[in-house]
Structures are given as C-alpha cells and as structure tokens.
Design a protein around this ligand. Structure first.
Ligand code: ATP
Ligand code: MG
Ligand code: MG
Length: 350
C-alpha cells in the first residue's frame, strides 16, 4: 500500500487520514505539535517544525505523495521536496493562496470581484490605504490569519492608530468593508487529469469571525450567485494547475459574488460533505492527490446543516446521540479553549 504524507496536524488532517484509511492508504503526519489530533489516527508521525528542512526531507523519503491541511507552511522547503516526491497541491498554488495580497491580485486578474483593497507595510501606507479604500474597513495581516485572528476593524480614519497597534509590524492589507447579505463558499476538487467537480455551495454563518453554521442547499441570493462563483473557482483551479481540494470564500452582495479569500485545502464549510454528499471533500482530496478519478459530489439528503462545536464542549451528548438525523464528530482535543473548534454535528433532512 502507498503512504500519504500530510503536513499539518489538526482536525482537517485527521479527517483526511480517516478518508485515506478507508481507501486503503496509510498516512504519515508531519506537525510541530506533540499532541496532534491527526497523528492520533495516522500510522506514522513526525514531530518537527515546518521549516526543518532535514526533517522534511526524511519525511518525503518515507511517503509516496505529500499534501497539506494547513496553508501556513513555508513554500521554499516544500519546493525542495518536489525533487523527491510529488507535492499536491503544488507549492506554487500554496504561494498564491497563503497571502491575501497575492490571492486578491490573482483573482482580480481572472476577472473576479473583490472588496477595494490596498497593501499596508508601514503606518504611513495605512493612511494612504484609508484614503484609497475608504471606511469602514478591515486591516488584516497578509499571512497567517485564521478564525478572524490578525484583524482590526476601522469605523473611520480615527481608528487608524488603534488598528495599527493591533496588526502593525506585519505585511498587511486594508480591505473595504463589504455590505453583504450572506456568506458562502465554493469547494472544488481538481484531479490530475484536470477534471473538476464542486459541491453545492454552503450558506455560512460566522460568529465573531469564526464559522459557526452551514446550510446546504443555500437557497436565496447564494443560489443565484453560485454559478458565477463556481466558474471563478474553477478558473482559479485551472490557472494554478491545481490538484486536490480548493476553497473560495465569497460574500453575496448586491453587486454579485465578492471573493474574500481562498484556502488551498479542505475547508470547515465542507464538513457537511462527510455524510451529506455522495463523496466527501476529504475523500475527493485523497483521490485527487493519489491520481484516482474523483467521486460524485451530489447531495445525499434534501437538506444538510452543520454546526461547529466551539469552545466549551456541549454536554447534551445523550440528546445528540439519540437524534437519528445527527452525526457527531469530536476531534479528540483534550483542552477546550474559547474559540477552539472541538467538533461538529451534521444533520441530514430527508
Ligand atoms: P478563516 O477562518 O475563514 O480562514 P480568516 O481569519 O482568514 O478566517 P476572513 O475570512 O478574511 O478571516 O474574515 C473572517 C470573517 O470576517 C469573514 O467570514 C466575514 O464575516 C468578516 N469579513 C472579513 N473581511 C470582510 C470584509 N472585507 N467585509 C466584510 N466582512 C468581512
Ligand atoms: Mg482564512
Ligand atoms: Mg475566511
């Protein structure tokens, strides 16, 4: 049997490893943290830093293909690995998707709509950016942000000092605040043969910048804007010669779908696909990186909802487990912290 190398040790890696095991693959997880929830379900584990080139090189020697569940991996050491083993999606795709400035430029080039934006690398540039973009606006670190971390909101130019104090020092981006009706995401999978599939976009509800709830089918404005967004996502995947699962997040606005950011990986807004679609995002990612044909992405129920379990774990397990429509997923994280994703529940309605 072949071994898949997964860089990153969180719940996305865990769900990838479960899907891989079902198809007869072994997984080797590479992560800096000793208590990786992905490593718990994998055959092999390397605990080392993402930029430890010697450890990465030994890891590459032990696997047949490398993928990642985490986009904040330095690109240069990954590029070096491609001498030894296929890395899918490619480090070039990762380079575009791990930086808010490059992903927005890339999508604009392909005809996508974004919020007005400007790069900010020092305090003076923030004033220039505010003049160009206007307010309200959001200052975000260009890299390394997730779950709304590394962001500061500006109601007016008077908030510039406070925002800079929060974010300052990092290469950043100022984005105009989009007046959206709904948020949604398009998840596509592209195979080695270039064939692309995508799931019905989920209507995503966030709570304090963290995804809380998804509904599929989305209905309403999201459904009306889904096709345009889907075509853009597929163009992005083609242009990057992408192999694997790629997610694009959108705001549904009066002007049409506004691209927010992309993730070069499986995505929280696709967890519903485990039980709610014929083939899950995790299985199709494994199929893609292993060169297998992709599976059908159709809905397996009339309506599917997904609720994240964030922070303190729920305590009504008996109610959830007794609900025949509910599928409980717990990620095996020992410590519940505010804002930490501990698990999720998917419900299918027939
Ligand atoms: P993720 O966990 O999705 O990777 P992130 O930290 O990368 O999150 P974003 O997706 O950029 O952050 O922003 C988090 C949320 O903040 C968005 O889902 C949206 O609700 C809100 N938001 C971000 N940018 C804008 C914007 N330009 N206009 C309006 N709302 C925004
Ligand atoms: Mg993000
Ligand atoms: Mg986001």
């Amino acid at each position: 049997g072949s071994t898949i190398g997964i860089i990153g040790g969180g719940q996305l890696g865990r769900m990838l490893a479960v899907a891989a095991a079902q198809l007869g693959y072994r997984c080797h997880v590479y992560a800096p943290d000793g208590d990786s929830v992905a490593a718990e379900v994998a055959a092999h584990f390397t605990q080392a830093a993402y930029d430890d080139e010697a450890a990465l090189s030994r890891f590459a020697d032990s696997v047949d293909v490398v993928t990642y569940e985490f986009e904040n991996v330095p690109v240069a050491p990954l590029r070096a690995l491609t001498q030894k083993v296929p890395v899918r999606p490619s480090p070039d795709a990762l380079a575009v998707a791990q930086d808010r400035l490059s992903e927005k430029a890339f999508v604009t080039e392909l005809g996508g709509r974004t919020a007005p934006w400007a790069p900010v690398s020092d305090r003076a540039e923030l004033d220039a950016a505010i003049a160009r973009v206007g307010t309200p606006a959001i200052l975000k670190t260009a890299r390394l942000g997730y779950d709304g971390k590394g962001q500061a909101r500006l109601q007016s130019a008077a908030d510039a000092d406070a925002a800079w104090a929060t974010i300052g020092g990092w290469p950043a981006i100022l984005e105009g605040f989009v007046r959206f009706e709904r948020e949604f995401s398009v998840i596509v999978a592209r195979g080695i043969d270039g064939r692309e599939v995508s799931w019905d976009p989920a209507d995503n509800l966030h709570d304090h910048g963290i995804l809380a709830h998804c509904v599929v089918p989305a209905g309403g404005i999201v459904e009306r804007q889904a096709q345009e967004a889907r075509l853009l996502a597929m163009r992005v995947a083609e242009k990057l010669d992408y192999v694997g699962v790629l997610t694009l997040e959108f705001f549904a606005s009066a002007e049409g779908p506004v691209f927010n950011e992309m993730a070069p990986r499986v995505h929280n807004s696709g967890h519903w696909t485990i039980e709610g679609a014929v083939t899950s995002q995790f299985e199709n990612h494994i199929r893609a990186v292993c060169g297998l044909p992709l599976g059908d992405t159709g809905l397996a129920a009339r309506r599917v909802t997904m609720d994240n379990l964030i922070g303190e774990a729920a305590d009504n397990w008996d109610v959830i487990l007794a609900d025949p429509t509910a599928h409980l997923h717990l990620y095996g994280k020992d410590e519940a912290r505010p804002g930490r994703k501990m698990g999720h529940i998917t419900r299918l309605e027939f």
